[in-house]
Design a protein around this ligand. Sequence first.
Ligand code: HEC
Length: 109
Amino acid sequence: MKRALQVGLPLLLIGAALAYYQLSQPHTPQALFLKRCSTCHALPDLSGYQKEELAPLVQFMRTHNGAYRVISDAEAPVIIAYLESRWPISTSSADPDPSMILIQTSRTQ
Ligand code: HEC
């Protein structure tokens, strides 16, 4: 019994920590964009960007603005694909929150 506790309790704690970490991570491409791209500045308004400028923009954040510490190699393509799928990202003066603008923009290409 004591042995079971000695082995089982640390395993349980590791499991709980992993589960907590997993749950606290953004799980959709949109959540990833909303969370990662608002870490250092307000969520950017991307309405002025051409579709082919989005990937270089995300990479530029990583290579020049330190975002490699926040956005992993695996996450960058997910965010890029999400933004490209949402292009054209339109702004609306009726809705000043860029995250809402992205959610509402329909796929029109
Ligand atoms: C590690 C910090 C960091 C992260 C994460 C980050 N940025 Fe930035 N970003 C900066 C800095 C620094 C600047 C330049 C100074 C400023 O405008 O605040 C900037 C500026 C920008 C600008 C304005 C560029 C211009 O030429 O005016 C845009 C657009 C932008 N970021 C988009 C993004 C997007 C999209 C993401 C997510 C993929 C992102 N950023 C993630 C640090 C970051």
